[in-house]
Design a protein around this ligand. Structure first.
Ligand SMILES: Cc1cc2nc3c(=O)[nH]c(=O)nc-3n(C[C@H](O)[C@H](O)[C@H](O)COP(=O)(O)O)c2cc1C
Length: 414
């Protein structure tokens, strides 16, 4: 019976354990988690979501405070179009975050950064170019393009000296999305180095509509695999979403996957950035506690625990401090929803907003508990402590369980 360790992922000159731990913003897939994954010979992801905020927490910088100070006269204004990111500060924060990871890297694995296009930051192209450029300058091994439309993304960085050496990959959820992307990047004379095929059971934002349950990862994976073969395109394919055991991973490797991307099982590790009480919420969750809803102002459905404090919270938009989801005109769906509720409840001290959430604030505070569909199985991966709580795992334990387990088994901690 095969295990994941019988396979290797070849990426350029690198030979890796074919396990990629997916990016989880905001600072849920921490530098420590990525370092541990790389040390064990796989590929870890950090995320560049809200990196100035993450930098403030980790390195005591004052990016958020200073931005709020700069725009404080705008706080009560419903028009956020003037609230912009300073590109040089954004580059500085990104470089700090990435360098912190790359300087500490040990072992044969790699560290990539997850870069979401939907983080439009009131200047989509300029900020995305700066984020990727700064990450490459700081030595990142690879960039995974996610959440959004990346049709012009390669072109944004084609003049960067590392454009042809850094590993570049994309997450897609359909053959059609991949075909559109490949058509666009053909002009830059550079193909992606890997393609992640993310199915509907993943955590975070989904590349599906609210009819996500009609789709399944193996079917989409097979369709994309067969098309690539027919087009004679030899690009490593990496399925993601609901791969819960080493045996699930082996089944995909036997179907031609080059590696797997996993995330949910690592949310209950010491290295994961979620607060410990939130990790316990993930452990305790049953299937009925998990939903896919449309409260993300990005317009993409998102999976989360129904008990997330973000749901229904009516906090004032915090764009002067954050503003990561402002589109190119300075709009965000949450601002509209919030203003509508304020107008409907004149004089109310506290309002509730149910249809959208202030995702920046909620993710920053770990109050939007986004999760994969199989979060309800996490309780089967650990043991209970005397007080009823669940034992947190080490990332090494979970990584090795994926790498070596057979027969659908899950190793419990010692
Ligand atoms: C808590 C959490 C946060 C996530 N955040 C992101 C993100 O910021 N960007 C992204 O591209 N994918 C995100 N994902 C998706 C994962 O990177 C990964 O592709 C997917 O969850 C794999 O499926 P699994 O969780 O069933 O193993 C997130 C997943 C989880 C569980």
């Amino acid at each position: 019976m095969k295990c994941v360790d019988d396979f290797r992922l070849k990426l350029g000159q690198h030979e890796l354990v074919p396990i990629m731990v997916g990016g989880m913003g905001v600072d849920i897939s921490t530098v420590s988690l990525a370092l541990e994954t790389a040390r064990l010979g796989g590929i870890g992801h950090i995320s560049d979501a809200m990196v100035p905020t993450v930098s403030d927490r980790r390195f005591n910088t004052k990016y958020v405070k200073n931005k709020l100070q700069q725009y404080k006269l705008n706080v009560a204004n419903t028009d956020k179009s003037t609230v912009k990111f300073d590109l040089s500060l954004l580059a500085e924060a990104t470089a700090l975050h990435v360098r912190h990871a790359m300087d500490a890297k040990k072992g044969n694995g790699l560290i990539f950064v997850n870069c979401m296009e939907k983080l439009t930051m009131n200047a989509p192209k300029e900020t995305l170019r700066v984020r990727m450029g700064a990450a490459m300058d700081a030595g990142i091994d690879g960039i995974t393009l996610s959440a959004g439309l990346h049709l012009g993304t390669f072109a944004l960085i084609e003049d960067h000296p590392r454009f042809r050496d850094v590993k570049l990959g994309i997450i897609v959820s359909s053959l059609r999305a991949l075909q559109l992307f490949l058509k666009k990047v053909a002009r830059t004379n550079r193909l992606p180095d890997y393609i992640i095929v993310e199915g509907p059971l993943a955590g975070g934002h989904l590349g599906f509509g609210m009819d996500w349950a009609k789709y399944d990862l193996a079917t989409i994976f097979t369709e994309i695999r067969d098309w690539l073969v027919a087009e004679q395109l030899n690009i490593p394919l990496i399925p993601a979403g609901g791969i819960f055991t080493g045996s699930d991973a082996v089944a995909f490797m036997e179907m031609g996957a080059a590696a797997v991307q996993v995330a949910t099982r690592f949310t209950v590790t010491n290295e994961c950035g979620l607060p410990d009480n939130v990790k316990q919420e993930y452990y305790k969750a049953s299937e009925e506690d998990i939903e896919v809803n449309t409260i993300s102002p990005t317009g993409y459905p998102m999976r989360m625990l129904k008990g997330s404090p973000a749901i229904g919270d009516g906090i004032r938009p915090n764009c002067e401090a954050y503003g990561y989801l402002l589109d190119s005109s300075g709009n965000c769906q949450y601002i509209e929803a919030y203003n509508r509720e304020v107008a409907a409840h004149p004089g109310a001290k506290k309002i509730r907003v149910w249809d959208k959430t202030c995702l920046c604030t909620q993710m920053r505070n770990f109050d939007c508990w986004t999760c994969g569909q199989y979060t309800y199985r996490l309780k089967d991966t650990s043991r209970r402590n005397a007080d009823g709580s669940y034992q947190l795992l080490t990332a090494e334990h979970v990584f090795h369980d994926y790498q070596f387990s057979t027969d659908g088994k899950i190793a419990l901690p010692a």
